[in-house]
Design a protein around this ligand. Structure first.
Ligand SMILES: *Cc1c(COP(=O)(O)O)cnc(C)c1O
Length: 361
């Protein structure tokens, strides 16, 4: 059986270094906001060539704190893709703001810049883009819209570590780049973790405050904050893993290339274009008989996944929050998409086997 993902196997090459990092943190006696968090923040900011990185508890919090930093008024609108993981939209709802859904491009699965202007109203304050599956959005067009309409831009980079558009890393285009280091992400911790990137000193101060009870000085509170700090021990693990991000990315790109070369044309494959450096957090294909294909693969020893089975606007939790009930492009993607094994835990032989099996469908 070929797993869709196997976190034990994925992390095995790093066990010795993880154990040393844990031991070091344990013996330091400092467990919250210490040197381990600082070290990771410094390295992650440097890699992106941005001024600030703030370690946070998880990716959802990164999005929530990013929105909170602007003190938007209740009911202000945030443009967001109709085709995303629910966390993106939850962050908007959690802040009392209104998500305005814009359909994706059927080829890239990311928000369609051509459709954004029609969604802008006098209440629009921000665009929250998602670099889904590890492919950057069309950032030149989105930056032009942001500037023309004077909107805040927040990037959900939970699936796009090391991905870039025309040579620029995702997470460095907007006011904030919000990252998740959930264990399955391309840069994954051994528990929940997240971070925000930004260049603006005041915005960085706002996030630093918000993650720590709204406090700059211990026991003095400036705003109604959260407790959303990156743990020292997760930061220590992340510093280990981060050294191998390029290697992990290259591995996933190599596996994606095997699919790209080998899959027969019955399957709609991800678009490959020189402007985009894709990191394949998820390698998806689309097929009319997706459920049948999934079962066929399972019967033949290949586990797959679906990202995602139910679109946000059909989620029970979104009743009264998302306006509009028809987002046909998002629905089409949700109906036909299938995620194939494409993890650091897989060998090229695993993927060749998947290609062999799936081409028999
Ligand atoms: C994983 C993910 C999140 C949430 O990150 P957590 O760390 O699990 O809170 C947000 N947005 C997208 C697109 C994701 O894939």
């Amino acid at each position: 059986m070929i797993d869709y993902e196997n976190l034990g196997l994925l992390n095995k090459p790093f066990f010795d270094e993880f154990k040393a990092a844990f031991s070091d943190t344990l013996e330091s006696g400092w467990y919250i906001l210490g040197n381990k968090v600082k070290e990771f923040e410094t390295a992650y900011a440097q890699y992106h060539n941005v001024k600030h990185c703030l370690g946070l508890a998880n990716g959802l919090d990164a999005l929530i704190l990013a929105l909170r930093a602007f003190n938007f008024a209740p009911g202000d609108e945030v443009i967001v893709p109709s085709n995303t993981y629910i966390a993106t939209i939850l962050s908007i709802a959690q802040c009392g703001l209104k998500p305005v859904l814009v359909e994706p491009d059927i080829h890239t699965y990311n928000i369609d810049p051509e459709k954004i202007p029609a969604a802008i109203t006098p209440r629009t304050r921000a665009i929250m883009v998602v670099h889904l599956y590890g492919k950057s959005c069309e950032m030149d067009k989105i930056m032009a819209i942001k500037e023309k309409h004077n909107l805040v831009l927040i990037e959900d980079c939970a699936q796009s570590h090391a991905a870039s558009f025309k040579g620029q890393l995702t997470g460095t285009f907007g006011e904030f780049g919000a990252f998740s280091f959930y264990p399955t992400k391309n840069l994954g911790a051994l528990g929940d973790a997240g971070a925000i990137l930004c260049n603006d000193d005041e915005l960085a101060t706002a996030i630093r405050r918000l993650r720590n009870y709204g406090s700059d000085v211990k026991y003095y509170n400036e705003v109604v904050g959260y407790n959303s700090r990156l743990d020292e021990v997760q930061a220590a693990f992340l510093s280990v893993k981060f050294k191998y991000l390029a290697q992990i990315t290259e591995h996933k790109r190599k596996l994606a290339d095997i699919y790209h070369q080998g899959l027969k044309s019955d399957f709609i494959k991800p678009v490959v274009h020189p402007d985009y450096f894709d990191v394949y957090h998820i390698y998806n294909i689309r097929h009319e008989r997706r459920d049948e294909l999934k079962q066929f693969l399972l019967d033949n020893g290949v586990k797959t996944d679906i990202h995602y089975p139910l679109p946000p606007h059909h989620q029970k939790a979104m009743k009264g929050i998302i306006e509009g009930t028809s987002y046909p492009i998002s629905e089409e993607i949700h109906r036909t998409t299938l995620s194939l094994p494409c993890s650091y835990c897989h060998t090229t032989a695993d993927i060749e086997k998947v290609v062999e099996v799936i081409n028999k469908f």
